[in-house]
Design a protein around this ligand. Structure first.
Ligand SMILES: [Zn+2]
Length: 230
């Protein structure tokens, strides 16, 4: 990719697993310079492969073949310790702590070709393009309910939110959790897992309550067609 600025971080080590997941984050810091400084500070022991500024400028902090330290304790679809399995992309946004706001068009416009290129190169499925909150629901909220997953889905870079022919399977709450685990989430904290699912697939109401719409969306995601993974 052209136009990527090299901004090396010392916070990485060796991968032991192939890349099969892409994790999207927001930086959650007051501004871009402080976020980038932290991701390059040896004392912070955090990093990512890429950072995307609000104006669309892309920085590379860690080469993809190395293991960047962005996911922390994490789980998705049977895998744990997802730094080993993933490419991490930090998207500059103050986040819920510092004034969460919409992601500018230029920023998402820069993310889309980068994500497409990485996803193709490693044959990452759409269902494995995830937010940090999906893989660490008890600890993380990023990239949050304002993140434009639908725009990514239109480019076939993420799973779309099912909207057609929704049917409530009338699962009990424990049935819902079993289905949520089957889809990929760590459900050991049921409320956190439900909130993470809502943040990703029903962001207009993130209340942790399992309702008919949540059940219907999850059922549609688990059906092989038309909204199935690839
Ligand atoms: Zn994160």
């Amino acid at each position: 990719m052209d136009g990527i600025i090299e901004a090396p971080s010392p916070n990485f080590d060796e991968r032991t697993q192939p890349v099969s997941i892409i994790v999207l984050h927001y930086t959650g810091m007051e501004d871009a310079p402080s976020a980038i400084a932290r991701l390059r500070d040896p004392a912070s022991r955090v990093s990512s492969h890429y950072v995307i500024a609000e104006d669309g400028q892309i920085l590379r902090l860690v080469p993809e073949e190395k293991r960047a330290w962005h996911a922390g304790r994490s789980y998705w679809r049977g895998l744990t310790g997802l730094n080993d399995h993933s490419v991490g992309i930090e998207i500059v946004n103050p986040g819920h702590e510092w004034g969460y706001r919409a992601f500018p068009d230029a920023q998402i416009g820069a993310l889309i070709p980068l994500l497409a290129e990485i996803k193709d190169r490693y044959h990452v499925s759409r269902g494995n393009v995830v937010g940090h909150s999906d893989i660490a629901p008890t600890r993380k909220q990023d990239p949050g309910e304002l993140f434009p997953w639908a725009r990514l889905a239109r480019h076939r870079l993420a799973l779309p939110r099912p909207t057609r022919n929704l049917m409530d399977p009338n699962w009990s709450d424990s049935g819902f959790l079993l289905a949520l685990e089957r889809f990929g989430y760590d459900v050991s904290d049921p409320l956190a897992a439900t909130v993470a699912f809502q943040r990703r697939f029903r962001p207009e109401l993130v209340d942790g309550t399992v309702d008919g719409e949540c059940r219907a969306i999850l059922l549609a995601l688990l059906l092989p067609r038309p909204q199935g993974d690839d």
